[in-house]
Ligand binder design. Sequence first.
Ligand code: SF4
Length: 466
Amino acid sequence: MQEQVTPKYHLITYGCQMNKNDSERVATILQNIGFESIDEVVDADFILINTCSVRQSAEDRVFGKINEFKKIKRKNPKVIIGITGCMPGRDRAGVFLKKMPIVDLYFPTADMGQLPRWIGEIRPELVNSDDIVEDYLKVIPDRNTKVQAYVSIQTGCNKFCTYCVVPFSRGLEKNRSVKDLMTEIIDLSEHGCVEVTLLGQTVNSYQAPDPENFSKDNPYKDNFAALLWEINQVDGISRLHYTAPHPVHMTDEIIDAMSLPAHLNFIHLPVQAGDNDVLRKMNRRYTAEQYLDVVKRIRVKLPNIALGTDIIVGFSGESEDQFDKTVDMYKEADFDISYTARYSVRSGTAAHRAFKDDVSNDEKKRRWKVLQELMEKRTFEKNQKFVNQTVSVLVERYEQPKITDEMLAMPEKIQELMAKQPGYCYGNSREMKLVRFHGDAKFIGKIVDVKINKADKWVLEGVCNE
Ligand code: SF4
């Protein structure tokens, strides 16, 4: 009798946390039909790329990967190659697919539940079940870590910012039920999870399809605030945050709920630009003044909160004066960190149809550098306030001391002493600042107090006495 060989999959994920969370779900679906994950792509029976379309470079990487896989497909024509995520989501007409003839499966994220059937149709010998999953958000993800979890509370987006492909690639906003979310989060806490990050494209616009499942004593009317309150009642979940909120949905109730004990002392609130005409052309639905008012309301309630943002430089028609207003916005909002992107026109968006991408690459690079330098300077200055303070850190990883060539050239005795040096533990504080301290692997997954004695722009360094 022939021995049954376990089929193998190799999954590549590009893009945001939402994509990573979706990949955890695909992994569960594949494992439920008997597949095993492998690192070596050449040994896979099924190769799947979960794609991102937010910038041209992200899509170019996919074309590059598919090019690499041509060799594998030539050697092993039976290997199934699939593409999911944002690229097939927005490419309904299959224009990109035509450029990648070796791809066998090309499907938007929401269709991942069909995989057992599709793989079974192509290679029946690999699949022992044809159970399809109707609603992929009901799949409990197979998570890599036990102590932290990303939980998608909604998919899609209704905002249609003119530069963005998400409403096309992921469809309109769809919210998960309170019942499903609380079942998932309670299950996570029972399995040792202490930190939950809620995910959504405009996470704070959350509208529960089943508001009757909020507790009777929940004090909030705003559904997102009410969800934050419910999660605060779950034993064991001591760190909670969310990404990415939209400024127009930042109600006073949500700000109030952020002062509940589990909420981290950090919010990532995308601003994108500081000039009102640019914001209007982007269809961001708020003015610079309204954005700053949200920041002010947050800081009245949470004076020490760390604030992160996203900024796009060089959007269609952005003049130097308009860019200067973004610099002013940066200073006035006093951000702790920003993720600045140079505008990249995306086909299919309103900006692609209506406006010219007329800021030169050199100028985009210059504007990016101005903001980057400002951020690095401000981040360094702001981090100094942590020196001599004790911060609470969830330890995520441990790194052993590195043995360098210089050390190997030293006398044996010194090498021995150096090898005994403790390594570093790394984790984030409640302000989402990266913290490191000398420790060992036993700290991974624990929340510890660290007294900071040194701060630079990217890392706070300190001592843990536990
Ligand atoms: S809010 Fe705007 S930028 Fe964010 S996902 Fe929706 S359309 Fe895209």
